[in-house]
Every structure is written in structure tokens, then in C-alpha cells.
Design a protein around this ligand. Structure first.
Ligand code: PRP
Ligand code: GUN
Length: 184
């Protein structure tokens, strides 16, 4: 049980559901003209919950691809040095690509990813993130779709982990400080 580890619920399961539906509707309207050629690129592992819920909420068909990258840094911050752990399985040239992210914190991961994917010549490249921390951003990245702007606090749940735990929580919350000190 995680319950004693969570200090506060920042975004409830229902709020997430409503936002996913709203974002999917927005994306559907914008990509209507792409003629069913939408390719969602989910960034493992954090974006898995959002990506799968989002794809199912999207009225139009989309193909799903995943990338795994690791950014060197501590367990609660990234450094901007990114390594590809798992690359896309397909060529994205001339495809309408939408990167699906769980969170933009410093923006370093996404900034690197945008450069990397745009060099593969997609027809278009946009970003949809569930969470963004405006006060933590170190590098400006163009993001077309944002679910929630949140305070500069470390959050877990709905795909987001601390030491690989809490990804399976259905809501997003902050951790009790005891978790960081005792590693419960
Ligand atoms: O804006 P940034 O400061 O670069 O942080 C954002 C990145 O950090 C998280 O991934 P993480 O490296 O924790 O890997 P995970 O998704 O496998 O948990 C998240 O999924 C983003 O990809
Ligand atoms: N779990 C988690 N991972 C992150 N990666 C970048 N920011 C965060 C955050 O607030 N929580």
C-alpha cells in the first residue's frame, strides 16, 4: 500500500480522465486534415498510462510507437544528456508525429527529443504533455498541448515514478518527505 507515502493528491483520477478527453478532442480537431496519418510517439516509461488512455480517447485512428530515453541525473532531476535506450521501430519521414509525454520539468529531455525526431523529416512534429512545470523550465520548448501546469514539486503517479514505485497510482500526488529519507 502506498497511501501513507502520499502527502497530497494534486490531480485526481477524475480530473485526469476529463483532461485526457479534452486533449484528445482538441488533437482530433487539429489533425482532422492529416487524413488518418497520425503517429503517436510515447516516451517510456512515464508516458505509458497517458499514452494508452489518450489513444483510446482519441476519436480518430492513430498508430502507436514508443521510445525509451534515459537522461543522466539524480532520481529527481535530469541533466539534459540523453541516451536512446529504445528507438522507434519505424521511419517517421513524412508522417504527422505527436510526441506524448507525461511531464515537462526542465524541458531538457524534450528539447533533445524534438531535435532528434525533427532530423528524421516528419511531415509535422508537435508535443502533447499531461503535465508541465512552468517554474522549472530551463529550456524553452514549443508545446502545443498541455494538460496541467503544476507547481515545481516532485510528483508521482499515473506513470510517474520515484525509484520505479508509484507509477501504478491512478492519480497524481506529492510524496511524504519520509519516503526520501527512509526509502520506504
Ligand atoms: O523535462 P525534464 O527535466 O527533462 O524531465 C522530463 C522527463 O523526465 C521523466 O522521465 P524519466 O527520465 O524520469 O524516465 P521514466 O519516464 O522512465 O520514469 C519524464 O517522463 C520526462 O521524459
Ligand atoms: N516522477 C517524476 N519524474 C519526473 N521527471 C521530471 N520531473 C518529474 C517529477 O516531478 N516526477
Amino acid at each position: 500500500m502506498y497511501d501513507g507515502d502520499i502527502a497530497s493528491v494534486l490531480i485526481s483520477e477524475q480530473q485526469i480522465k476529463d483532461k485526457v478527453t479534452e486533449l484528445a478532442k482538441q488533437v482530433d480537431e487539429d489533425y482532422h486534415q492529416a487524413g488518418g496519418d497520425l503517429l503517436l510517439v510515447g516516451v517510456l516509461k512515464g508516458a505509458v498510462m497517458f499514452m494508452t488512455d489518450f489513444a483510446r480517447a482519441l476519436p480518430q485512428p492513430a498508430q502507436l510507437e514508443f521510445m525509451a530515453v534515459s537522461s543522466y541525473g539524480s532520481s529527481t532531476s535530469s541533466s539534459g544528456v540523453v541516451r536512446i535506450l529504445k528507438d522507434l521501430d519505424r521511419d517517421i519521414a513524412n508522417r504527422h508525429v505527436l510526441i506524448v509525454e507525461d511531464i515537462i520539468d526542465s524541458g531538457l529531455t524534450l528539447s533533445w527529443l524534438l531535435k532528434n525526431l525533427s532530423s528524421r523529416n516528419p511531415a509535422s512534429l508537435e508535443v502533447c504533455t499531461l503535465l508541465r512545470k512552468p517554474d522549472a523550465v530551463q529550456v524553452d520548448v514549443p508545446v502545443k498541448y498541455v494538460g496541467f501546469d503544476i507547481p515545481n514539486e516532485f510528483v508521482v503517479g499515473y506513470g510517474l515514478d520515484y525509484a520505479e514505485r508509484y507509477r501504478d497510482l491512478p492519480y497524481i500526488g506529492t510524496l511524504d518527505p519520509k519516503v526520501y529519507t527512509t526509502g520506504v
